[in-house]
Design a protein around this ligand. Structure first.
Ligand code: NAP
Length: 281
């Protein structure tokens, strides 16, 4: 079976390979990139090649990824879903911290609207990090307020457990979950099955483990040699094979890599290849 079918996200059909913008910045998702014009061209190529989901955040750069997205793609084609995130901020050492005071959440929504040049953010994920000043469900209540004001369209969750998903879903419709799904993991993230039951997309972030997966001389490389399919294509196809509601959102700064990543939607994993990829890890 190929993974070339479309699934519905924020009311629009999207393919199962999206694009993540975290790498459009300087190193460690901070600062300006060396060649912004090339990245603008790459974003346009992505959409021309069929990408229908761009995953971004105001805290990539900060502001750098959002501005490149707007420069490349605004005004956005009707069929494109721009998904962003709130609830996190950067630390001076390049890490992430929770940022969930009511004032700050509103500021983050306004920042995304301004930088992405939108009147309404179609899909906003609450990027949960432990230790924020506002309880989990209170953040969602604030996001529902933003929805009522027309500032955000649909509401999603990121980096959550099944328990958090269930609590949120009891309060409000959840459009999608963005969690990390690991290539080769014996047991999938339990949230994947929960989102499948709820018939909503599961967006698998950092699906190539930030490239680390492809740098090791393991079974992916060997099987790529045997099949003639690029290692990244194989890894993404393996993830897509886990569940029909899973969408991968790899990030890349290379047009060749973009093509390899998009090719994952067309790869058919037979039992032998699925087994070899799974067992090899
Ligand atoms: N919700 C969250 O908390 C969260 C957290 C992390 C990430 N994300 C989202 O997930 C997206 C993806 O994560 P990520 O960008 O950190 O990591 P990733 O997609 O797992 O890996 C990106 C890295 O892999 C390389 N790469 C991509 N395609 C390749 C290919 N075909 N062959 C060889 N190398 C390839 C890229 O280098 P090149 O540029 O050279 O291709 C880049 O260094 C982010 O952009 C972001 O949108 C969300």
């Amino acid at each position: 079976m190929t993974h070339a079918t479309m699934i519905t996200l924020a009311g629009r059909p999207v393919g199962r390979v999206g694009y993540g913008t975290m790498r459009l910045t300087g190193p460690n998702a901070l600062g300006e990139p060396d060649r912004p014009d090339e990245l603008v061209a790459l974003l346009r190529t992505a959409v021309d090649s069929g990408v229908r989901l761009i995953d971004t955040a105001g805290y990539y750069g900060p502001s750098v990824a959002n501005r490149l997205v707007a420069r490349a793609l605004a005004p956005y084609p009707e069929e494109l879903v721009i998904a962003t995130k709130i609830g996190a901020a950067r630390t001076p050492d390049g890490g992430f911290r929770p940022d969930t005071s009511p004032e700050s959440l509103r500021r983050q929504v306004e920042q995304n609207l301004r930088e992405l040049r939108l009147d309404c953010l179609p899909l906003v994920h609450f990027r949960y990090l432990p230790g924020g000043p506002t309880p989990f469900l209170d953040v969602l209540s604030l996001m529902i307020d933003f929805q009522r004001e027309g500032l955000i369209g649909e509401l999603g969750l990121s980096h959550v457990t099944v328990e958090q998903f269930d609590q949120a879903a009891a309060l409000t419709p959840v459009a999608s979950v963005e969690n990390q799904a690991r290539f080769g993991a014996a047991e999938p993230d339990p949230v994947l099955a929960r989102t499948a039951e709820a018939s909503i997309p599961y967006l698998a972030y950092r699906p190539l483990e930030n490239g680390a997966l492809l740098r090791t001389d393991g079974p992916l490389r060997r099987l790529a040699g045997e099949t003639g399919i690029a290692p990244a294509t194989l890894a993404l196809a393996w993830l897509l094979d886990r569940s029909p509601n899973l969408v991968v959102i790899p990030g890349t700064t290379s047009a060749d890599h973009l093509a390899e990543n998009l090719a994952a939607a067309d790869v058919v994993l037979d039992d032998r290849l699925r087994h070899a990829l799974t067992e090899g890890n």
